[in-house]
Design a protein around this ligand. Sequence first.
Ligand code: ADP
Length: 414
Amino acid sequence: MTRVPVLLLAAAAAALLLGAVVFALPLWTTVAGLTLVIAALIGLALQRDPQSNRLTGEASHGTEEFAPKLLDVALDEMREGLLVIDTDMRVVASNKAARDVLSETGPIEARRLTELTRNPAIYDAFLDALKGQQRDGVKVETYDSGRRVFDLRVVPFHANGRIAGAVGVLFDVTRLDRLEIVRQEFLTNVSHELRTPLTSILASAETLETGAVENAENSRRFLSIIQKNATRMERLIHDLLELGAIESGSVSVNPETVQLKSLVDDVMSSLAMAAAERTVGLRNLVPTNAQVTADPHRLVQMLTNLIDNAIKFNRAGGIVTLEYARNGNDRISVTDTGEGISTQHLDRLFERFYRVDRARSRELGGTGLGLAIVKHLAKAHGGEVSVTSRIGEGTQFTIELPRQTPSSRGVGTR
Ligand code: ADP
């Protein structure tokens, strides 16, 4: 390594990392403290003689023996990748995270960056830094072990008034990038879901305006279409707000001891008409003494969604059965005798807007959000929901709730 004043290097590294912290603060507040420590460590690391793999004589007294190990461990444990190169584009220092990005397992010191990566984003950023141009927010994507996305920041460092090399820090933003994709998909879905009924409403209103209103029967037909679609939009917005509130944690879940049988009776009564319309029978097989610990309002919401689906996706003359079992946790199952769901859909069934048959779900007045709401409510209770299904035989959804002793939570009785 070309010897450059250690303080300059440390200052460059610290400036780079402080800048990175400011950039990252809204996203990773927790890394701020760590990053400051890292800045100091980089200053120390740059004192190393890469050939001998030892710290130079400037290391503080009494730490000579363990300092190299400490530095290696500290730098290698960093989640951020660190890569320092000299003016020949040869690696002066690196840590494990950076070597992972470059798919290197052994030491890479003294090797040229061009030998190590063909990724133009990395190469160009370091090249620009050597020309004196700081680079921020460079998006680096790798595909070696699945898609990973990094945010690269590279700054030049100077010695004796000249550029002596460049320091780069790679932040792993794979998760954030994935969330961004989910967010965009969600927006597209919402827009699409809202646009469909809105188009119907506009078309019907236009038809009425251009003469259909003169005819009483036509008027009724188009008004009914408007009402149906407006109701659908209202339901969708209600479910979206509900899901948003549950996901953001602003919905409080207040568990108490609930008499399950009577709660299920209430839910079944509210859905009795829908079941009768489809000639689907409702069976409550929950034992009279079954008690669960749950927020009664939220449990009603979960069971309503599941039973409503079990009715909608059932066959004429079918049955929906509610059962309770206890195996450590409380398990409440909703079983139908409907068409069933093929295995390939089961993994994604609880995703927002996921439907097996989109047109059918819409036809039945669904929003595609019911199961996502059930999943998040079950999670808010510390539980979960699962599904098993057999094509042609039916589907079973099971809500599993943790069993609480009366003393572990403030409980009342419903
Ligand atoms: P939707 O409003 O469409 O019912 P959900 O989130 O409640 O939305 O359900 C998502 C999809 O899962 C439904 O569109 C349907 O394809 C499938 N599904 C849910 N419950 C059942 C069931 N009991 N039997 C068969 N398919 C079901």
